[in-house]
Design a protein around this ligand. Structure first.
Ligand code: SF4
Ligand code: FES
Length: 248
């Protein structure tokens, strides 16, 4: 395939970026999107030009680092996959592909296609954990009964990989889907009940402090989420938040 790539290039957070055009040839349908970018970068390096900087680690849909806006969609045109799992067979010969970083005030661009998503880490640190008694009287987690429905719902919420596609898909750059997945994961389990009140209050406060917008129920986040995290988590977080606010 011959393609035309329009790629966002930006030196650092303090400079203005722009879309630059790169023609590319010899791309096969079985290549992943990131392998296609590897081919581009090899060519740029061979010509003595600066390669395009993009984020990646596992390349198998687990780490959540490969965050790219492809033709206006987080993780591109396929569904329930990350950018590293996207195959070039989704495009056809002669296509133009626009590649940008995820856009949100709370995700500042570091360089080219790489954004700083440490705001997600700080939301997680505000309450996305349980405290465990390690005094020698620790109860084996498997000894606490959990009903099947709650266990499954909790597991589904825990599959969120923190990629940020939900934020990039949202016109308000809301992080409600991410935060609600992290809240739900614990709220559904007996082990998470002890700290439930402060968890939801602290995580929502941190989310607001980071500059994410509010949820206006468009559902774009759920559609673009590579892990199929459901909007039901947002409804659960809102209920948890209301209950926690009343308790004080
Ligand atoms: S909720 Fe989905 S889109 Fe948002 S960070 Fe988690 S996995 Fe990514
Ligand atoms: S590189 Fe890890 S999810 Fe894509």
């Amino acid at each position: 395939m011959k393609l035309t790539l329009k790629i966002w290039r930006q030196k650092n957070a303090n400079t203005k970026g722009e879309l630059k055009t790169y023609p590319i040839d010899g791309i096969e349908g079985d290549m992943s999107f990131l392998e296609m970018l590897d081919v581009l970068n090899e060519g740029l390096i061979n010509k003595g030009e600066e390669p395009v900087v993009f984020d990646h680690d596992c390349r198998e849909g687990i780490c959540g680092s490969c965050s790219l806006q492809i033709n206006g969609e987080p993780h591109g045109p396929d569904r329930l996959i990350t950018t590293c799992q996207l195959h070039m067979r989704m495009f056809k010969d002669g296509d133009t592909i626009v590649i940008e970083p995820f856009r949100a005030t709370a995700f500042p661009v570091i360089k080219d296609l790489v954004v700083d998503r440490s705001s997600f880490d700080r939301i997680q640190q505000a309450g996305g954990f349980i405290s465990v008694n390690t005094s020698g009287n620790t109860i084996d987690a498997n000894a606490i009964p959990v009903n099947k429905h709650d266990a499954d719902e909790s597991f589904n919420a825990a599959t969120c990989i923190g990629c940020g596609a939900c934020v990039a898909a949202c016109k308000n750059a809301s992080a409600m889907l991410f935060t609600s997945a992290k809240v739900s994961q614990f709220a559904l389990l007996p082990q998470g009940k002890t700290e439930a009140t402060e968890r939801v209050l602290n995580m929502v406060a941190q989310m607001d402090k980071e500059g994410f917008g509010n949820c206006s129920n468009t559902g774009a986040c759920e559609i673009e989420c590579p892990k199929g995290i459901s909007l039901e988590n947002i409804a659960r977080m809102n209920r948890e938040y209301l209950g926690a606010s009343i308790k004080g």
